[in-house]
Design a protein around this ligand. Sequence first.
Ligand SMILES: [Zn+2]
Length: 453
Amino acid sequence: MAITPEAKVLWEKAETILLRGGRIVDPEAGLDGPGDAFLRRGRVELVAPAIHREADLAVELRGLVLAPGFGDLHVHLREPGREDAETIATGSRAAALGGFTRVACMPNTDPPLDTRAAVEFVLRQARACGLARVFPVAAATRGRAGAELTDMGELREAGVLAVSDDGSPVADARVMRRVLEYARTWGLLVVTHAEEPALSRGGVMHEGYWSTLLGLRGIPAAAEGIAVARDVRLAELTGARLHVAHVSTAEAVETIRAAKRRGVAVTAETAPHYIALTDEALKTYDSVYRVNPPLRSEDDRAAVIAGLRDGTLDAVATDHAPHTEIDKEQELEATPAGMIGMETALGVTLEVLHHREGFDLPRVVRLLSAGPAAVMGWGGGRIRLGEDADLTVFDGDASWTVDPGAFASRARNCPFRGWSLRGRARLTVCSGKLTHEEGVEFCPSERLLSRLP
Ligand SMILES: [Zn+2]
């Protein structure tokens, strides 16, 4: 399930690599058709319908899609503080397996990512493992306490592109206004975890038919809707760039749609679980389905998909939230909210949006590559000549059964256990380096073989 040592050695020793016979899907470049890609020392030298060149290593992509490397705008890597649930290394490996080359990790670690030192620690750990480009999202307020702002200038210098108190909302509207104003002066994106805590407090699932039937405390859709409306209005007031995390409701989709029409600088993401699951899943009382925001109604699910279809929502991001089995084995009321997602994101997204809802492949690829790149401004998002290769190769039809036991993530809190999905990453290339390979044919030249030890 990871890179075979043979493939790794071949990739590393090959000066030139020809990825041949695939379908190139690069929506930003307007490409969708058969093609080859030629890499030299990890850089993309040429992309063309047919490349007739000798290479040290040829990789057969027949039946596979070659796309820009995927980006995940929303993951929790749990390091520092909860290395028993996930580490930057295990999370990076899960990213690579899922086809992701870039991930934005949220600041709700222990201690939180609210200082330059904390951010630099994450960057160092990520570089040391080298399986994904990790972009720490720093806290918007000190200690994520919702009162004093972090030193955004210093955070920006450390390489931060966005701030957020994710895990919690910035509850005070006045503080949120100052966050947006300050972030704007430093050119930072503000990611909002949109939740009105006075309405959501104590809730374990979506408030509606199922919560009534099951006798569980609900979180109304309005808890998200009010917070999104507030933050969109504050973005308008301050001129800051706002990104709405994990949109789960029809109400929020409609507010963002209207804001975009007015020209507000707002973008938004949803997560695979909001397009694949509804609150009905809670009837099992299985704590794996507890997530925040909660799984919503069928109408909300349909509205979120419509939001992806018409571009109101810019990206699919996983909100990958690892928890230990001990933490997740508790009763619903006691268990922490969150589910993992990086290793199932592509399969769920293709299964639901492409195979069932009829989205074409370029649209799905955009939601996983160019969409997130435009939100975060982290580069990538398209296949660029002359740059280090940043690529995801996937099989859009490959059928597989989800087995969390085989995951690279340290956590097992996956709501799709046992699901049959169509769509799987076969090869991930991050900064020219092979970070994941599964069942792809490698054809080394004689010259390369003679150079091997
Ligand atoms: Zn959140």
